[in-house]
Design a protein around this ligand. Sequence first.
Ligand SMILES: [Zn+2]
Length: 478
Amino acid sequence: MLFLYNTLTKQKEEFVSLNPGKVGMYSCGPTVYGYVHIGNVRTYLLSDLTRRYLEYLGYEVRLIKNITDVGHLTEDDVAQGDSGEDKIEKAAAREKKTPEEIARFYESYFKQVEKELNILPAQYFPRATAHVPQMIKIIEALVEKGFAYEKNGNVFFDVTKFEDYGKLSGNTLENLKVGARLEEHPDKKNPWDFALWLKAPAEHLMQWRSPWSTGYPGWHIECSAMSTEYLGSTLDIHTGGEDNIFPHHEAEIAQTECFTGKQFVRFWLHTRHLLADGKKMSKSKGNLYTLEDIKEKGFSAMDLRLFFLSSHYRSQMEFSWPALEQAHKNLQKINDFVLNLEALTASENSSLETFDVAIYREKFEAALDDDLNTPLALSNLYELISQVNSEITSDKLSSQSAKVILTLWKKINSVLGFTLLGQAEIPEEIKRLIEQREIARSGKDFKKSDDLRALIEKKGFILEDTKDGMKIKAVGRL
Ligand SMILES: [Zn+2]
């Protein structure tokens, strides 16, 4: 039985999908005005992990991840989405490109990062700019039902009309009164009302016609429009980062439930922040890392994947290079384990001892069933690896057992999602360097041989001289 921690109810609840065997899942995707950083990646990884484990359990998962290419304003983090400049237009001015060029460029970068992290692609990545008519339709209905009002071409959601406002974040209107710090839009009735539609100033590059003004949608409305368009009124799971809880997800609930009259999301899952230097990773604090920064230091996307899985998604996590180094070593250990098993299946070792894999499968499932506890699942995997290693050393593991363990590994890895490099996949460039090293060695040029070994290691491959000749190990490097 899978239990997930639901931000809405603040407890772990048994997950049962609304429609048997099928899960409708929505993840807030990137705002495409800059490079996604590894803090974002942690959140996309939660959605990938959830989806992979549901598929492991036999569910058919439909995952939708939006691309925010309009309407996310620079002051969204502190206000209600009606102040500041459009982030994409700002980037366009900075880079002297059109908003569309900016959006497409950073969207493809985001997809490349997901691919390198082996995050399975969503079934669909809808773009906000392609769903403005759907947003207008919802806003019209909200105005008609009295949940939203128009003034001077701007439309706001009236938070006082939705009784359940604050049920996700705890920011009820009562609580919000204390310490409110808001720059109020002159057309708003209440400070916590949020924008559904904003009238565009003439110089605004992205604008659409609507019944209220030529303008553009508020940030929150796109997720309601695109999720319900592709998944229906009620979603099984909605994921995001904890900084999305308020105001973004609170606003999504308010506008969607007032529109449909139904519960919007059954399970809300949120990752906690990724910290660096003790602070939340963000551009303004200058402690933001991208996948490129990671690779520049000689680590791979898979090292990063393992680093994230080593911590529970609901724990605050501190990014550090030593922690990434540890993940790199652990990935190497996993890679060796798989290579050793593969080598053994090809051998004729017919030891009679049997290996009990069932217990490891059960432990793996028990860990994941408990709110996707990946650190526990990984420590169980390391336990399996030690047992396998010691049996290989004492020559007790048969090729038949190796096959059974490999089958279990493949199943486990369908959830963990590591891409490991097998012997056969060593790039030509590395093969050539190995040949040169062999030549240097046989010519007793040990200095050159050592230099070549160091160069090969720098490229992510480790050479080992064993009694059976040289062995090369690759660690998930793409
Ligand atoms: Zn969203």
